[in-house]
Design a protein around this ligand. Sequence first.
Ligand code: 5GP
Length: 211
Amino acid sequence: MVLVAPSGAGKTTLAHRLVAASDRFVFSISATTRAPRGGEQDGVDYYFVSDDDFEAMIDAGELAEWAAVHSRLYGTPRAALEAAALRGEHVVLDIDVQGARQIRDSVPDARLIFVLPPSVAVLMKRLTGRGTEGAGEVERRLRSALDELQAASEFEHRVVNDDLDRCLEQIEEIVTGEQTEALNAVPLENIDVLRAGIARVLAEEYENVSS
Ligand code: 5GP
């Protein structure tokens, strides 16, 4: 199961909650070349690796997908996915749009769910409230959010993360097959409104806007 969303949509919290709530859900731990943030543990949140180690993993075919995100490399180790699938577990992938497209093309029974923030205000609060990123990083993530939101229509299921419990319920229903139709809880027009709001924030609070 792939959760795809712009950063600030709350998908990492969703992924962790899903895994905590049920033994049938396990988290796919990605490899990344970015540095750990405060509190993050190697082998728990990510495998923090060097550029050389990451290149070696690509060359050895060890990654089911990989992508450069915010100028760092991120990838999903294939072995853990395969082992979990053999045990009949639902593997939760918290990855970006580029990676989600690769999984969509290579894993036919993957469920891909696009998670949206409820509003620009909530998105900003989540991005700035983290306190670990400077203004430059927030701006970079806002620009990525603009791009990533444009891809929302490519994914079968779209849910809005306004109420965490309700959102979790919807995701569980999609993954366990109770929700058989595409769940598009968010109309595409709302996504345009969200994108316009982000562009406005960028124009008002950051210079050199190019949306
Ligand atoms: P962060 O650095 O904030 O943890 O993650 C930045 C972005 O990279 C997020 O959109 C996250 O979902 C994405 N990401 C994390 N792991 C992977 C991965 O294994 N593959 C891909 N393609 N993206 C990832």
